[in-house]
Write a protein that binds this ligand. Structure first.
Ligand code: DX5
Ligand code: ZN
Length: 218
């Protein structure tokens, strides 16, 4: 098993001290910074917009992994790319022309990801898996941090891993929602490559330590 990629979710950070929070991530063993964008339509919540992404980017020394929980993402891909996204994930449930959306993300020079909600079967990715860099498997219903991990996720990750291997594809499997030290190892055993963690990191007394322990999971 490879060392997992760790992506703290900035949604759980103290927005009044965003620079300090981003610098903490810079100083940690985290690999990426996960940035959640919510529009109040695709999900029942708002999070942050482009100025906040630009502010994170100004201080960040790690790539920004942007997760778009929005309808009509095609309209905003260029703006998020310009704001500093390294990878952009769109929801399969929000993209009737997913192949075209993925091609647009790639044409902008970003890594392309697809996120799937807890009820969405992985088979929906069968015809796109070879074209993408990342699958973001939602292990909670998107919209809020701090929710309980959905156990069925393990089965989905196993199926997805098989699909990726069968297709000779190279997409990474990212787990998003309710990740903690207990589920990290079984998730990696099932085939996950990237662990997003929001509250588990930012509500800890020592977030740097928590990130180091997640990174050392094997
Ligand atoms: C949920 C977001 C997640 C969230 C994870 O809609 O996509 O990225 O920030 O936060 P935790 O780890 O607290 O569940
Ligand atoms: Zn997310």
């Amino acid at each position: 098993m490879q060392t997992p990629v760790i992506a703290p979710s900035i949604l759980a950070a103290d927005f009044g001290n965003l620079e300090r929070e981003v610098k903490m991530i810079n100083d940690s063993q985290a690999d990426w910074i996960h940035v959640d964008i919510m529009d109040g339509v695709f999900v029942p919540n708002f999070s942050m917009g482009l100025p906040v992404v630009e502010a994170v980017k100004r201080h960040a020394k790690k790539p920004l992994d942007v997760h778009l929980m929005i309808v009509n993402p095609d309209h905003y891909l260029a703006a998020f790319c310009k704001a500093g996204a390294h990878s952009i994930s769109v929801h399969v449930e929000a993209c009737p022309h997913l192949h075209s959306t993925i091609q647009q993300i790639k044409a902008l020079g970003c890594k392309a990801g697809v996120a799937i909600n807890p009820h969405t079967p992985v088979v929906q990715l069968e015809n796109i898996i070879a074209d993408i860099d990342l699958v973001c498997v939602m292990s909670v219903n998107p919209g809020f941090g701090g929710q309980k991990f959905i156990e069925h996720t393990y089965r989905k990750v196993e199926k997805l891993k098989k699909m990726i291997l069968d297709a000779n594809a190279s997409a990474l499997i990212e787990i998003d929602g309710g990740v903690n030290q207990q589920n990290a190892k079984p998730l990696l055993d099932a085939g996950a490559d990237v662990l997003v963690a929001g509250n588990f990191v930012f509500s800890a007394a020592n977030p740097i330590d928590v990130i180091a322990r997640l990174k050392a999971t094997h």
